[in-house]
Design a protein around this ligand. Structure first.
Ligand SMILES: [Zn+2]
Length: 102
């Protein structure tokens, strides 16, 4: 399992298990703040990841599908803009299912 060294705890966030919409492979455990659709993943809210977060693209390690591209927001934060419909999210995802990057 790959723990994201950039992860910072946020108050009032809830865990979401993000997985690839194409092959269902778990991608990361994310802590979302607030309601609404998940359009971006902020790098510092990714708790654990099956992917190397130093890459500029978020690509499913299982099927090679592009899931998102990295951006730096005006606030200086890094994040990934998700490709529409490329991921599934599930509330309270179990992080044990996430595998380390190969
Ligand atoms: Zn996939």
């Amino acid at each position: 399992m790959y723990e994201n060294p950039l992860y910072r705890k946020v108050k009032g966030s809830r865990p979401l298990l993000i997985s690839c919409a194409h092959c269902q492979n778990p991608i990361c455990l994310y802590r979302k703040v607030g309601k609404g659709n998940l359009l971006r993943l902020y790098t510092d809210r990714i708790v654990k990841s099956a992917l190397n977060l130093e890459h500029n693209a978020l690509i499913c390690p299982c099927c090679g599908q592009l899931l998102g591209t990295k951006v730096t927001l005006p606030t200086g934060k890094d994040g990934y803009i998700l490709v529409r419909g490329s991921v599934h999210k599930r509330e309270g995802g179990r992080e044990e299912r996430i595998q380390s990057p190969r």
